[in-house]
Design a binder for this molecule. Structure first.
Ligand SMILES: [Mg+2]
Length: 226
């Protein structure tokens, strides 16, 4: 029986925090060049603020440095979003892909179309999987928890939902609408949702600590093959 692996991107295949840090560096470089703000100070400030959440870090930085304007915040956001990210795949990702060389593999990711595309390019993922779905390219309402892109993959592979597994980290949206349709689900306990409690409806059928634990034997169990 054909089986298809579908992966989330952020905090599943690479640590998203590395993208955030790479973006902060790009913004700090821009502010140093244009406003003479010392690079290291800006980076240290943003990283400290990150501990309180991702909300309005650029606003706060520009205010502290006395260069605040709404348009400069916008510019910083654009530098952050458009920068060429310095990010790397989790080493376990490559090993996992190698273990499943013969399986059709896909990625489904939400988020800004350009940002997500730049991440996929930087990580070299376009050549490692059959297709990457950036949900927003198909319409805002096709973002997770919509199962739209999973159904697309079923059409492409001519399979039933029960032959595909979705591997993701976010119990708020990654699995809830897939399970009732019959898709298999694996939650990877990484990133910001690592310790997020989730009830049965939202949680995946299976949980693992890293991609390392996803092997042929686990998939046989999940797909009910002995
Ligand atoms: Mg994720």
């Amino acid at each position: 029986m054909k089986r298809v692996l579908v992966f989330d991107l952020d905090d599943t295949l690479y640590p998203e925090i590395s993208f955030v840090k790479s973006g902060f560096k790009a913004v700090a470089e821009f502010l140093e060049k244009e406003y003479d703000l010392p690079l290291k100070e800006s980076i240290a400030f943003m990283l400290k603020e990150l501990e309180n959440g991702r909300g309005d870090i650029f606003d706060k930085l520009l205010k502290v440095k006395n260069v605040y304007s709404a348009s400069l915040v916008k510019k910083c956001l654009s530098v952050y979003r458009l920068h060429k990210p310095e990010i790397k795949l989790d080493p376990e990702t490559l090993k996992c892909f190698q273990r499943f060389t013969d399986y059709p593999k896909y990625i489904i990711t939400d988020g800004n179309k350009i940002v997500q595309h730049n991440k996929l390019v930087a990580l070299g993922l376009y050549s490692m999987v059959k297709r990457c779905f950036i949900t927003h390219r198909h319409g805002v309402n096709k973002a997770k928890p919509s199962p739209y892109c999973m159904h697309k993959i079923c059409e492409l592979e001519k399979i039933e939902p029960s032959q595909a597994v979705y591997i993701g980290d976010n119990p708020k949206k990654d699995f809830v609408n897939l399970k009732p349709i019959g898709f298999k689900t694996i939650r990877i306990l990484q990133g910001m949702y690592k310790n997020e409690p989730a009830d049965q409806k939202y949680n995946a059928d299976w949980s693992v600590n890293s991609l390392k634990e996803i092997n042929e034997s686990l998939l046989n169990t999940i797909f009910g093959i002995n």
